[in-house]
Structures are given as C-alpha cells and as structure tokens.
Design a protein around this ligand. Structure first.
Ligand SMILES: Cc1cc2nc3c(=O)[nH]c(=O)nc-3n(C[C@H](O)[C@H](O)[C@H](O)COP(=O)(O)OP(=O)(O)OC[C@H]3O[C@@H](n4cnc5c(N)ncnc54)[C@H](O)[C@@H]3O)c2cc1C
Length: 495
C-alpha cells in the first residue's frame, strides 16, 4: 500500500485560484508552509540533516501538478495502484493553468455525449481537426494513442462529480464530431473541484517543491533533484514524467520559440517556465511545433468590440470575420504584419462599451473614414474602397471574396467611426519537447531517453502546431497525454 500525503494547503490553493483568474501574470509563488511529504519506509525516505537533503525512492516522479500531471497520478491511483509515485509542484496550488481557463475539456463518447445524442466519434476526428488548424499533416498515431481513452477520462471526471454542464458543446467550427464538457462558472469551478478531489484522495504531492535537475546515470534518467523552501530532495525513480506545462512565463523562450508573439499579452500560469525544455537540453532533445494557443484582446487587455468588419494595417479585408478569433489572430500575426483593426460606426449596438473605451483612450471617434485612415497610417482611398465593397456585399447578401455570412453583418456608414486595434494574446504555448508515440522523450537522434517521459502542454507541438485547435483542446490534450504516459510507464514497470 502506498502511503498518501495529505495536501495541507487547500485553503491557500483556493485563494491562489481566485488570484490566478484574469491575470495569471500577476501571480506570485505562494509563501505558505510546505505540506508534509508522504515519505515512508517503503519509499526509502531518509533525511540527511547536515545537507538538508532528503532521499526518497519511488517508481515514478511526476513533475508538475497541472491537469496532465494530476491525470497521470490518477491513472496510477485507479488502474495501477502498485505503482509508487510522487508529484512535485513548484507553486502553492495544484491544477496549473486550469483555474484561469474557460473550463471546457474536449472529448468524445462520454456519458453526456451519449445522453445528448451526439454521434459516436473516433480518435481520427481529433486528428482531422488538428490537421485543419495546424495547416500541415499531423502525427495521427500519437493523437490516436493520446485520445484512445478520452471517454474514460471524461466519464471518470463525471463519476467523481465534476460540475460539468450536461450538454456538450462543439469544440470548433471545423469539426462536427469533437465536443467538450464545460464546467459551470468556467475554469475556477473545475479547478476547485479537482483541488478538493486531490485533497480528499490524498494524492502523494510535494507542494512548493521545484524539480531542478534530472538524475542521469549512463545516459538513463534515474530520478530528480528538487528544492523546497525548507529542504532539498534527491528522489530516485525508475521513471520521470515531465508534465511541466508550457513556457509562457519565460520571456527568453518566447523570443526563441515564438518570436512572432514577443509583444503579445501573456496569460500563462507563473509555473510555465519551460522546465521540460531546460531539463532535456542535455540530451539534445528537439523542440517541435510552433505558435501559441490564444485569441486576441483589445490594446487595454479587455474584450475587443464585437464587430464583423476587420481590416489589416493597409485598410484591406483579409479573412472572413466569422472565423474563430484564434484563427484570425494567427492569420494577422503571420500574414498581415501583425496589425489589424475591428471597425464599428455610430450604429454599433453596445454604445456603453464604446464610451468606456473612448474614456480609456482605447478608441478615438473619427468624423470620417479619411480621418481614421490618416490617423492609423492607412491609404484613405484603400480603406474607403474596402468599406464600400463590404457594404455592397451586405446589400447583395453575399461576400464572395471571404465568405462572411453577411446576414450577421451591419454596414459601416455613419460617423463617428471607431477602430479597435487587436492585441495578440496567448494563454498557452505550442512548441514542446519531442516525444514518440508512447510519450517517451527523444534525444537529438530520435531515440528514447531511457527513463524519461513527457506529457501535456510541454509536448503540445507533437500533436498540433501553428494555432489553438479549438475550445477545450489544451485541457484535453494535457489530461489525455498525462494518462497515456502513466499507462505506458505502468506497463514498462509491469505493475
Ligand atoms: C488563461 C488561460 C486560459 C486557458 N483557456 C483554455 C481553455 O479555455 N481551454 C483549453 O483547453 N485550454 C485552455 N488553456 C490552456 C490549458 O489550460 C493548458 O494547456 C493545460 O491546462 C496545460 O496543462 P498542463 O498540466 O500540461 O500544464 P500546466 O497547467 O501549466 O501545469 C504544469 C504544472 O507544472 C508545474 N511545474 C513546472 N515546472 C516545474 C518544476 N520544475 N517543478 C515542479 N513543478 C513544476 C507548474 O507550476 C504547473 O503547475 C488556458 C490556459 C490559460 C493560462
């Protein structure tokens, strides 16, 4: 029997959850007391008082207690109870990015999908969706493996009492197969539920404990060294799973792996510093994939005006305004010199929003399109021609150039005119350490590093690239890849 550690920082975790929502950047690591570790004789724990280093021995060290690390731990708990493990979490709360999310986890074939009469889907439906948004072929075998038991992951969450709204919602306009389950009141509710569950179940977690380096012997990973406020750990293990999340809180890595987004608004969690990338550099592990998960905001960090008329920095339309915002963002960043404006006129439905944005200095009222073009550095003839063509498309009832369903659009014709500039924003990063289809980390030559697995956002670029594939995919990829990695580790341990 494994000895379980109670997480003593629940109250603190809930406070952190509240603090995280809305502005993960502002988080600070929690100065609360580190919970007692769940060491016992079976795990070979031994304290070296002089060094302040505690030795521990387990089958598996999971680094990171986000969705991915937690679902890996639950795979051991539920399906492979003989596996001894410890989860290390550097922050003062578990669930990583989850509290700040929309709280939707994509999936197929759960009880709620069935109840809602949604047709059974397959793992290929995930791959089809990822292929559309990635704009390139994707690794279907990895995606099949990751999502092979996504119904089990969702059904477990349902059975455990996750506060999901029972009606699934489509993950993307590009798929009529993949649906997600959303929690009431977004991610904070989802995270609170999971934090409570983890505490009740007494998962073996060392809070506020940072894995600092891998223990490597003869090229094989044999554990990790870790640090908390009070002591150091040397944890030997047959396997290490890196579930450390992305690198949104690491400006240097953003500059290196997502250079198009260096000026973007970042909403990653404070622990997302790319530690999987740093820890695997020694093996020459490649970082694969590009881009970010995210959708744009207005320049003050608030929502953009809800306009169906979008132009680039030259005053030209370039995409159907009905495309998902995360698709529009990557089109702007990669192909439109990173500049775009949503334009509205005096007939815009939410005049209160306009007034607030004018008072905040985000919007300027323009008496004419010429004045707007001059102020924004556009050629006024181009902007006026674009507006005329747009209005004509609405009159004609069709937009042959970009396919906007114009029934939803209103003409731009009455001063004052306003232009809300898009500010690129991301909440997750895509480039991640290269893994094989079993979630084993690969070295620079494409061979598995013995003893080392990775999952979650730290590996997202292996499954999709370029942009966010749809609502709930970040959470579902983290959960399902964590579960897969744990299953493969348990099989390797023959436990
Ligand atoms: C504001 C925001 C909104 C989002 N909205 C959505 C959404 O609506 N839908 C969706 O699907 N996805 C969304 N995402 C993305 C999604 O939440 C993540 O992709 C997913 O939760 C990642 O899970 P993870 O476990 O891989 O990583 P994380 O959640 O980042 O967890 C990793 C954990 O590892 C810890 N850690 C890192 N390094 C170490 C170390 N060396 N030692 C110990 N611990 C370490 C971190 O502190 C962190 O707690 C959003 C993210 C954010 C921030």
């Amino acid at each position: 029997m494994k000895q379980k550690t109670r997480i003593l920082a629940l109250l603190l975790a809930l406070l952190m959850t509240v603090a995280l929502v809305g502005c993960a950047q502002e988080q600070t690591e929690e100065p609360a007391p580190t919970p007692e570790a769940g060491q016992d004789a079976e795990q070979g724990t031994e304290q070296d008082a002089e060094q302040g280093t505690e030795a521990m021995d387990v089958d598996v060290v999971i680094v990171g207690a986000g969705m991915s690390g937690l679902m890996a731990a639950y795979e051991f708990e539920t399906a492979h109870p003989d596996v001894t493990y410890v989860v290390l979490e550097k922050l003062g709360y578990v669930t990583g990015s989850l509290p700040a999310t929309g709280g939707i986890i994509a999936g197929i074939n759960s009880q709620y999908h069935e109840d809602a009469g949604i047709a059974p889907a397959t793992t290929s439906d995930f791959a089809d969706l990822f292929e559309i948004t990635s704009k390139t072929e994707v690794n279907r075998e990895l995606i099949d493996n990751v999502y092979a038991h996504s119904d089990v992951v969702l059904n477990n969450l349902i059975e455990w009492g996750a506060p999901f709204i029972t009606t699934p919602e489509a993950a993307s306009v590009y798929s009529d197969k993949v649906y997600g389950l959303r929690t009431e009141n977004r991610g904070s509710t989802f995270a609170t539920f999971l934090q409570n569950k983890v505490e009740e179940d007494g998962l073996n977690i060392l809070m506020q404990t940072t894995a600092t380096e891998l223990i490597v012997q003869d090229g094989a990973v044999k554990g990790v060294k870790a640090e908390s406020k009070d002591k150091n750990y040397e944890i030997t293990a047959d396997y290490v799973l890196l579930a450390t999340g992305g690198f949104g809180s690491n400006a240097e890595m953003i500059a290196e792996y997502c250079p198009a987004y260096t000026d973007a608004m970042v909403s990653s969690n404070a622990g997302a510093t790319g530690d999987a990338i740093t820890m695997t550099e020694q093996f020459g592990t490649k970082v694969v994939g590009e881009g970010v998960m995210g959708a744009p905001m207005s320049t003050d960090g608030n929502a953009l005006v809800t306009s169906m008329f979008l132009v680039n920095g030259k005053g030209e339309r370039f995409i159907s305004e009905a495309e998902p915002k995360y698709v529009i963002q990557s089109e702007v960043v990669y192909n439109q010199d990173a500049t775009a404006y949503y334009i509205v006129d005096a007939n815009y439905s939410d005049q209160e929003q306009i007034q607030q944005k004018v008072e905040a200095g985000v919007l300027t009222p323009y008496d004419s399109l010429e004045e707007m073009a001059e102020d924004l550095g556009m050629d006024s003839a181009t902007l006026i021609a674009t507006v005329e063509a747009y209005n004509a498309a609405i009159d004609a009832g069709t937009d042959p150039e970009f396919g906007l369903p114009v029934a939803k659009a209103t003409k731009i014709e009455t001063a004052p005119f306003y232009a809300d500039k898009m500010w690129h924003r991301f909440f997750g990063t895509i480039p991640g350490v290269e893994i094989n289809n079993d979630c084993q980390v690969l070295n620079g030559e494409g061979a598995p590093v013995p003893g080392l697995y990775a999952s979650g956002e730290a590996t997202a670029g292996n499954a999709f690239t370029y942009q966010y594939p749809g609502a709930g995919i970040g959470i579902s990829y983290a959960a399902n890849s964590g579960r897969l990695a744990a299953e493969n580790i348990a099989n390797a341990l023959q436990k």
